[in-house]
Design a protein around this ligand. Structure first.
Ligand SMILES: Cc1cc2nc3c(=O)[nH]c(=O)nc-3n(C[C@H](O)[C@H](O)[C@H](O)COP(=O)(O)OP(=O)(O)OC[C@H]3O[C@@H](n4cnc5c(N)ncnc54)[C@H](O)[C@@H]3O)c2cc1C
Length: 434
């Protein structure tokens, strides 16, 4: 089969291994020398790519649900979308969700994903009670904060490199409505948006779209969206209109002019302030899911998302330097998304640390990687790091600098023989071996 991550770069030929039962998977695993799980392929780069991939999409059963506590047990191939469809009508919603609902529970744990509420609620691992993990020899261990806690922490954010997550038990949050009460604030520059993020620290959800090509006094102009779960409105909002991009965009459509125009228009169409309007949950959390195959927008050569985080104290200066460099290079992004993170957790490869994170999409082109190498240096100089689940080109030295716990992680891989069984193109590039 021909596979890629969401960025459609690179594409590789891989042998795909389906499984429906634990026993069948354990037998096959014994024969395999090297593999990695490829779940829903929503990671952007090469973390779910290898010559042999374990496919979890048939491992998709919901196993138990407690209507009183909201505790759900399901197989790891179940998607957030399936959970929302089944449980939102009953008043339950994931307590942490990324910007797409089309990811698996296994993928959410392995990337330890974050949402617009990281500053209040932390990463996805916060809602995980326990999971079952298949180790390289086919044996299965239950992992939680109390049981096999070294495996629990290494697997949350461990990018599939510690084993195969088979099923998980997680906590959903109770909601009264399928709507979010959203406040929108237009901010004229970076100082204003930072001020607003800090002023609304107590708001549950916050995210800003930022015009990454605006310069001078307008640098960092943004539209900040704040949200709280509504206590009115139906649990099932009417379905949003969706459409699909049927073919790859021609390369000429994506240039500095079209990006500047789009960003300008997007900023201008928003009023300065909208207070407390009701928007359906899907519109607030998953605006891009309405556009099928939106990853085709970047043309047949694909794209990458560059997401970094900077410590809070260094965020203002570091972001300004990075935005200067991007706008000089004229390689902007339609979608630059700024979020505020709360404190880091103890999982060695989890991405968030207290500070600000910016995610930018870039079309793959020859002059891109030298620019990203420069941005890497700025990120490291400011004490930050890059997100593994978006990465396709980070050098090993940048990884090691950004993730000081990498040695602890690779030592654990060596101890359990994981480095002889579970590897991805990314883990080889980053040298995550004992
Ligand atoms: C539009 C869009 C918006 C996004 N927004 C956010 C966001 O706001 N925040 C955020 O944190 N992320 C975000 N992401 C990234 C996405 O949430 C993660 O990449 C997620 O891990 C993808 O899950 P998946 O099921 O597609 O896994 P894949 O992409 O298939 O795999 C991702 C990683 O998880 C591992 N893995 C998957 N299943 C298992 C398993 N059962 N056992 C062991 N390892 C496993 C894989 O080996 C791989 O390393 C976004 C992605 C898109 C496309």
């Amino acid at each position: 089969m021909r596979i890629s991550g969401w960025g459609r770069f690179p594409y590789i030929e891989a042998e795909g291994l389906h499984f429906e039962t634990r026993r069948r998977l354990a037998c096959r695993l014994e024969e395999l020398s090297d593999c990695i799980v490829h779940a829903r392929g929503r990671s952007y780069g090469d973390s779910a790519l290898s010559e042999r991939v374990v496919l979890t999409n048939r491992f998709d059963k919901i196993l138990a649900f407690d209507e009183v506590s909201g505790i759900l047990t399901c197989e790891s191939g179940v998607t957030l979308s399936e959970i929302i469809d089944a449980f939102l009508p009953r008043g339950w919603f994931p307590s942490i969700t990324p910007g797409t609902r089309f990811i698996s529970i296994g993928g959410a744990i392995a990337s330890d994903v974050h949402g617009k509420n990281h500053h209040k609620a932390g990463c996805f691992s916060e809602c995980i009670v326990s999971f079952d993990l298949m180790l390289p020899d086919g044996s299965i261990v239950r992992c939680s904060r109390e049981e096999n806690s070294d495996l629990f922490h290494a697997t949350c954010g461990g990018m599939g490199l510690t084993g195969i997550i088979l099923e998980a038990t997680l906590r959903l949050q109770a909601v009264q409505s399928g709507y979010i009460r959203e406040t929108v604030i237009r901010c004229g520059n970076l100082d204003e948006v930072f001020h607003q993020f800090e002023a609304h620290h107590d708001t549950t959800y916050s995210v800003a779209w930022i015009d990454c090509l605006a310069r001078g006094r307008k640098q960092g102009r943004s539209v900040l969206m704040l949200g709280e779960h509504a206590d009115s409105g139906r649990l099932i909002p009417p379905p949003a209109k969706s459409f699909s991009i049927p073919f790859d965009s021609p390369a000429f459509l994506l240039n500095r002019f079209s990006i500047v125009s789009f960003n300008h228009l997007y900023y201008e169409i928003h009023p300065d302030f909208v207070d407390g309007r009701l928007v359906p949950i899907d519109t607030f959390f998953y605006p891009l899911d309405k556009i099928g195959n939106w990853n085709r927008m970047y043309g047949s050569g694909g794209f990458t998302q560059y997401q970094f985080v900077l410590p809070r104290a260094a965020s203002r200066k570091g972001l300004s330097t990075i935005l200067d460099r991007i706008s000089q290079a004229g390689m902007g992004s339609f979608l630059a998304v700024l979020k505020l993170f709360g404190p880091r957790n103890q999982n060695p490869l989890s991405f968030p640390m207290e500070g600000y994170t910016l995610a930018l999409d870039f079309k793959i082109q020859k002059k891109l990687f030298p620019l990203l190498d420069e941005l890497d240096r700025i990120v490291l100089d400011h004490g930050g790091r890059l997100y593994l689940t978006k990465d396709v080109r980070m050098p090993a030295a940048v990884f090691r600098n950004g993730y000081p716990a990498w040695e602890r992680f690779t030592a654990l891989r060596g101890q359990y023989g994981m480095d002889r069984k579970f590897n991805s193109l990314q883990s080889r590039r980053l040298g995550i071996q004992a």
